[in-house]
Design a protein around this ligand. Structure first.
Ligand SMILES: [Zn+2]
Ligand SMILES: [Zn+2]
Length: 338
């Protein structure tokens, strides 16, 4: 088979790779219905994260079970499944506390931009849908594999409650779906920070009530203005830079909550500022597996339409175009169909 391999800055190739097969008895191999490019794939693509030689890419996936190992009992060939970008046994103490992305046996999925994928710990990682979903629901189901689950975690970790005033920092797919998640959790006001018109539009569609275009220090001032000088109850940081993190912490009220789900790149926090900010901080790689049953249900019942974040669909072999379009911010998120 052929799949995506990153060679270096701006150099993604679609080339021959070994077809995955069952290695451990707990593995499954799935045939991809759809995969996609993630904002986090852009860090190494932009040369901002070192590579150890040519690297197969992709961690968001859904599709049909092709084959299972002898120890797999909860999924069987032919079923449609979605899984998290982080594998989990779903039985260890961390999993039982609901932090499957810190599973003691966790592996990160890294080879999903391909027609077939080996998923370790299939029983604890994959969630089957009740039947084969209609093709139109596949993009939304795919978002549950990472970006929707991550946005959901951002909202939950920031303690979004009915009536909360929420700020979302970042207008990538995760930020936009954090808006959708906050809306689902009953937020009263949702202030989306975005400078891009098409993304502002989608943020409003997902439930944003206000848009702030300023960022950094000016962005913080605007949030304070909009909240009578108090700050927001919940701030969801969905970028991962020093600027976005400080903007998030400074936009929260005393006693407020800041969640951070953007993979940090060069973020350093000042202990004294943190001490006097009085905010709760909670973040990390989202335990997507915890939310999969609920999110799959919301999608299948058409209560939400998170697949709207895909504004570019390409055949898988044109994966390089997907990276380029996202890098140049011409696309929010590129869907890839084998
Ligand atoms: Zn991702
Ligand atoms: Zn575990």
């Amino acid at each position: 088979m052929r799949g995506a391999v990153l060679y270096g800055r701006g150099d993604i190739r679609f080339e021959q790779r070994e077809t995955p097969k069952i290695i451990e008895p707990t593995d499954a191999v799935i045939r991809m219905a759809a995969t996609c490019v993630c904002g986090s794939d852009l860090w190494p693509y932009r040369g901002l994260q070192p590579l150890n030689g040519p690297t197969p890419m992709g961690h968001e996936y859904c599709g049909f079970v092709e084959e299972v190992g002898s120890a797999v009992s909860s999924v069987k060939p032919g079923q449609f499944v979605v899984g998290s970008f982080a594998t989990s046994d779903n039985t260890c103490p961390h999993c039982r506390y609901g932090y499957q992305s810190s599973c003691m046996h966790r592996e990160f999925i890294t080879r999903a931009q391909a027609p077939f994928l080996r998923v370790p710990l299939a029983d604890g990682t994959l969630v089957p849908t009740p039947g084969v979903p209609s093709d139109g629901l596949v993009p939304s189901l795919l978002t549950t594999s990472d970006v929707l689950g991550t946005g959901w975690f951002a909202a939950e970790a920031a303690n979004v409650k009915p009536g909360s005033t929420v700020v979302v920092v970042g207008d990538g797919a995760v930020g936009l779906l954090a808006v959708l998640s906050a809306k689902q959790m009953g937020a009263g006001r949702i202030i989306a920070m975005s400078r891009h018109e098409s993304r502002q539009k989608l943020a409003r569609e997902f439930g944003a009530t206000e848009i702030v275009t300023e960022r950094g220090e000016e962005g913080t001032v605007r949030i304070k203005d909009l909240t009578k000088g108090i700050g927001a109850d919940s701030v969801l940081e969905c970028v991962g830079t020093q600027e976005s993190m400080m903007q998030a912490i400074r936009s929260a009220r005393a006693g407020g909550f800041v969640s951070y789900v953007g993979v940090p790149h060069g973020v350093e926090l000042d202990g004294t500022e943190l001490f006097f900010s009085h905010v709760h901080l909670h973040g990390g790689p989202a335990p997507v597996r915890r939310y999969l049953p609920e999110l799959i249900d919301l999608v299948l019942n058409e209560k939400i339409n998170p697949g709207r974040v895909f504004d570019l669909t390409l055949p898988l072999d044109q994966v390089a175009q997907g990276y380029r379009a996202m890098d140049e911010r011409r696309a929010i998120k590129a869907l890839l169909r084998p």
